[in-house]
Write a protein that binds this ligand. Structure first.
Ligand code: ADP
Ligand code: MG
Length: 256
């Protein structure tokens, strides 16, 4: 086998994007670097008596909409927390946009600049208004308070809550609170949104609205969207579904 053929065989193992080069009319194939890469990630709790992740290898590309599905206790939240740099793996490595998370000393700036989180329980701050809750990720970024307000107003409008922006969270419905959480997750223009069972505490109609909103935000801002769920219907909305069980990826497929 000659060298070139050998290279081609190896390249076939990678996911590739096909682009159309408009200037000369030729098709071009290129191999994009993943935005998120996990290498043999393991996570143990309680001094090793619980093994939540058991050797996860994964590449996620910029602009993808990925769902992570699996039964309760399979390690979904643990996986999402590792990707969001909320916790460290016991072994293995995670790279985001070329940054090795395990080598960074202080990940708080990284999280604030790159990641938007949406949790099942939205964890809004009860004594702050919608406006103030949405601005939280912008604090300590050096942005002027005028610009912070402007940006928060944009996102509050985008999630359809202009009329509620002076309210405190306890005056809002569950769906409205989740919309505030989405506005807050997007306010710092993150490249990645991580949503852990974002519809888990909502009725099905409100849940659909929230999913539509997340998908609309993914389209509009080209943000990479990763949704964790145990619900097949939710998982199937994504472009790609990763199944996990007992802390391992057992299936990874594109939904088209
Ligand atoms: P999922 O989100 O899929 O329900 P989790 O990632 O929350 O699963 O949990 C995976 C496993 O790790 C479960 O067995 C769970 O009990 C355990 N686990 C999760 N968090 C902790 C923790 N902080 N301490 C000890 N065990 C934990
Ligand atoms: Mg969970």
């Amino acid at each position: 086998m000659d060298n070139e053929n050998h290279m081609d065989l190896n390249d076939d193992e990678y996911v590739y994007n096909e682009t159309y080069a408009e200037d000369d009319g030729d098709y071009e194939y290129y191999y994009e670097d993943p935005l998120i890469s996990l290498f043999d990630v393991e996570k143990e709790y309680d001094n090793g008596s619980v093994r939540a992740l058991n050797g996860v290898n994964l590449d996620i590309f910029e602009g993808e909409f990925v769902s992570i599905i699996g039964p309760s206790g399979s390690g979904k939240s643990t996986l999402l927390n590792m990707i969001g740099a909320l916790d460290n793996p016991s072994r293995g490595e995670i790279y985001i946009d070329g940054i090795n998370l395990q080598k960074e000393k202080d990940l708080s700036d990284f999280r604030r600049e790159r990641i938007g989180f949406v949790f099942q329980l939205h964890n809004l701050i009860p004594n702050l208004s919608v406006m103030d809750n949405v601005q939280i990720p912008l604090l300590h970024t050096g942005m002027s308070s005028k610009d912070m307000k402007k940006r928060a107003n944009e996102l509050i409008a985008a999630v359809g809550l202009e009329s509620k922006k002076r309210q405190k969270p306890n005056k809002l419905s569950g769906g409205e609170r989740q919309r505030v959480a989405i506005a807050r997750a997007l306010v710092n223009n993150p490249s990645i949104i991580l949503a852990d069972e974002p519809t888990g505490s909502l009725d099905s109609k409100t849940g659909k609205m929230i999913l539509n909103l997340l998908m609309e935000m993914h389209e509009r801002y080209n943000v990479t969207l990763i949704i964790v769920t145990h619900d097949n219907d939710v998982a199937n909305l994504a472009e790609r579904t990763i199944k996990i069980k007992d802390g391992r990826v057992i299936e990874d497929k594109y939904n088209y």
